[in-house]
Write a protein that binds this ligand. Structure first.
Ligand SMILES: [Zn+2]
Length: 188
């Protein structure tokens, strides 16, 4: 155990966290400290919500600097009618959809969009396929993690506040440095 209560794993694994397209990927020795996601967490949500969800992954960097890496992943398995009202995703022919993605995709249920099932569409039909988005933030310390969690992002992520609190709570179980931000004490 270090002074901060962290237990570095042995051996130190090299981790690569993906940034968004065109952004940097971050490579470092470390381990996954906490991971939370919204998918399936809220029963009763409409299908629209289950087509997109957010994951937060927090890594501890084990090079002695006390840094962390926060990854925010916006996942989507939605596809839309090309030329439809949604105008989201990347347009491609059904036959060009990568195999790894094809079987996970679900039709958007917005009125006037609702494309047919992929298997029922002629292979040359164009659809718009949403992609996952990922950002990787280097955080100098615990406060840096908190700042990165609540910084304004280009896209609106619904439910991020609750998810961020869950992430910090989970991190505090393994890393007592996070207790300072999850528990607040008022002296009377
Ligand atoms: Zn749509």
């Amino acid at each position: 155990m270090t002074a901060e209560g962290r237990t570095p794993p042995d051996p130190q694994e090299l981790i690569v966290v993906e940034g968004d397209v065109g952004e940097e990927d971050l490579e470092f020795p470390g381990y996954l400290l906490a991971s939370v996601g919204t998918r399936g967490a809220i029963p009763g949500h409409k299908l629209e919500y289950q087509l997109r969800w957010t994951e937060l992954n927090l890594y501890a960097v084990t090079d002695g600097t006390g840094r962390y890496v926060l990854q925010v992943v916006g996942r989507s398995i939605a596809y839309h009618r090309a030329g439809g009202p949604c105008n989201r995703g990347v347009e491609m022919r059904v036959k060009d959809i990568p195999e790894a993605v094809y079987h996970d995709l679900e039709a958007c249920q917005q009125r006037n969009c609702k494309p047919e099932e992929l298997g029922d569409l002629p292979v040359n039909t164009r659809v718009r396929v949403e992609r996952n988005r990922s950002s990787a933030d280097e955080c100098p310390n615990v406060d840096g993690v908190v700042a990165a969690l609540w910084k304004p992002r280009s896209r609106l992520i619904s439910g991020l506040d609750e998810l961020a609190k869950d992430l910090l709570t989970e991190a505090a179980i393994k890393d007592s440095a996070f207790l300072r931000v999850t528990r607040k004490r008022r002296v009377l």
